[in-house]
Design a protein around this ligand. Structure first.
Ligand SMILES: Cc1cc2nc3c(=O)[nH]c(=O)nc-3n(C[C@H](O)[C@H](O)[C@H](O)COP(=O)(O)OP(=O)(O)OC[C@H]3O[C@@H](n4cnc5c(N)ncnc54)[C@H](O)[C@@H]3O)c2cc1C
Length: 483
């Protein structure tokens, strides 16, 4: 007997989508996640664009899952209550060569199943995005944007609601297989299971090696971004991209569901899959290239920088490969191995999960969980309510009357709901991703201390143990004076 039927390694968007989709079946499922929350790696460090599916090779899994993910995103956002806008996207060009390249992209997209693609001239481009510089564009009306944190957290919390257990702070360090049972050792304990799913993102090669499936080459591609103040949000109604090359999607000016603007990315290969710092030279380079496309910001609009790292599977010549999703019956039976889940992994997460289940179903008939509930309600943002609704909420619960984050107008009631979410949230970033507190112009200058106090009170955490994001990222390292 094993502890679980399925152990999923990695609780990002893909691992959490697999957990949620698998909970539609009668299985005992657990997710082992090395971090203290579910979107502290790539799923929380991206652009949040729901891609149209035109940028990927014909016949690839990337094309297939991206188009499917795009198609179902509206229904998913209804069920799981995360922000999604089908706002469209433009790829802007200026030269004849770029025009030809966009025509090829359009053709590829149409074969892939991307819907509504159309070339637009300068006049139409400026109707769509008045502030952009460019002569023509490929317009994808079906592309969109999501809140990547809300999406990943909703997948995970809905999985929990349907019986999945999450073991956070459990980095997998070793896997054994014997007599049909996997024993997975983490830094905190041991778990046994009949199935293992490797959804470890940047850790996918390490887990694959632990399963005995060796030889993959996975490199990191690090992308740096600048976040601009939401003051400029109205000027970017949809993501504005340049013409992509085979290896680089090109600089883009994108918008978030909360109205901020993202400038990026730079792209360079890296072996260090844990370094998220952003170098000043990259910020300066981004300024120059973003100015050429969209010259409407100044450096005073910067509120923060961030970076993300894509796990790219490459062949022996360095060529980037398709997603690899496999069961190697000869080496690791009953282990689903996911390698190189880079972009468009966010858009594709649920179709990837359904494909994983297809592969499992070919080996073992899964039976439906009749009590599966696809609905998850998010935390209702106080700032989005009318004055009348706000008054009613405060009458019902006075904690709505106390604003903890002033620039994003986040109330104490929302912070408390975030702390007591079904997964548990003990870091500052966990609260930030669930409520938008600390995401405004002051970046937590006013609310950070108040949130840490609430974490202390609600979870009984000593202040010295409160971390910003990861293990060791302590907020308080000692007293500066006695009071
Ligand atoms: C800069 C950037 C921009 C992007 N933009 C887009 C976009 O606009 N649209 C889009 O569709 N896609 C985009 N992507 C891609 C997308 O973000 C990823 O493909 C997707 O988030 C991958 O999800 P994941 O769950 O596989 O990985 P992750 O989110 O990285 O999750 C993997 C999890 O596994 C855990 N883990 C790793 N090793 C271990 C271990 N040993 N034990 C336990 N847990 C472990 C990690 O802590 C992590 O939480 C972008 C990516 C980047 C970097």
């Amino acid at each position: 007997m094993s502890d679980f039927d399925v152990l999923i390694i990695g609780g990002g968007a893909v691992g959490s989508a697999i957990a949620r989709e698998l909970s539609r079946y009668r299985l005992s499922i657990a997710v082992l996640e090395k971090n203290l929350d579910v979107c502290l790696e790539t799923s929380g460090r991206n652009t949040g664009v729901v891609h149209g599916g035109f940028a990927y090779d014909i016949g690839s899994l990337k094309a297939r899952f991206c188009c499917e993910g795009n198609r179902i995103m509206g229904d998913l956002s209804e069920e799981l209550d995360f922000d999604f806008k089908r706002c469209g996207k433009v790829l802007v060009g200026n030269t004849e060569e770029e025009y030809e390249s966009l025509l090829r992209t359009k053709k590829q997209g149409e074969i892939n199943g991307s819907v509504g693609l159309v070339m637009v001239d300068r006049a139409r481009l400026h109707e769509l995005v008045p502030s952009v510089e460019g002569e023509f564009a490929l317009y994808s009306p079906n592309s969109g944007i999501i809140d990547p944190f809300g999406y990943t957290i909703a997948l995970a919390e809905n999985a929990v609601k349907n019986g999945v257990r999450y073991f956070l702070d459990n980095e997998v360090v070793h896997i054994d297989y014997s007599a049909g049972i996997y024993t997975v050792t983490t830094k905190r304990g041991r778990f046994t299971s009949r199935w293992v799913v490797n959804a470890a993102g940047l850790g996918c090669k390490k887990i694959s090696d632990m399963l005995g499936i060796t030889g993959y080459r996975v490199i990191g591609s690090k992308d740096d971004y600048i976040i601009l103040d939401s003051r400029l949000g109205k000027l970017v109604p949809m993501p504005i991209y340049t013409v992509p090359s085979n290896t680089y999607m090109g600089i883009h000016v994108s918008c978030t569901t909360d109205g901020n603007i993202l400038l990026g990315p730079t792209a360079h290969d890296t072996d260090d899959l844990e370094f998220y710092g952003v170098e000043k030279s990259n910020v300066d380079a981004l300024y120059e290239s973003a100015m050429a496309l969209w010259p409407h910001f100044t450096k005073a609009d910067y509120i923060r920088t961030y970076s993300g790292i894509l796990p790219k599977l490459i062949d022996e010549n360095g060529k980037i490969q398709d997603f690899r999703i496999e069961i190697r019956d000869d080496i690791a039976p009953h282990a689903v191995n996911l390698i190189g889940i880079e972009s468009p992994g966010l858009t594709s997460a649920v179709p990837i999960a359904r494909y994983v289940i297809e592969l499992m179903n070919e080996r073992e008939k899964l039976s439906a969980n009749e009590s599966f509930n696809p609905i998850k309600k998010g935390i209702r943002p106080f700032r989005s309510l009318s004055p009348e609704e706000q008054r009613e909420m405060i009458e019902e619960n006075p904690d709505y009357g106390e604003l903890i984050c002033r620039c994003q107008k986040v109330s104490k009631a929302e912070i408390l709901q975030a702390i007591h979410n079904p997964l548990g949230a003990s870091t500052m970033v966990s609260i930030k991703y669930r409520t938008r507190s600390m995401m405004g112009r002051c970046q937590g200058g006013y609310c950070q201390m108040r949130i840490s106090k609430l974490l202390e009170e609600e979870l009984g955490l000593p202040e010295k143990d409160i971390v910003y994001e990861r293990e060791g990222s302590y907020l308080f390292t000692g007293k500066v004076r006695e009071v």
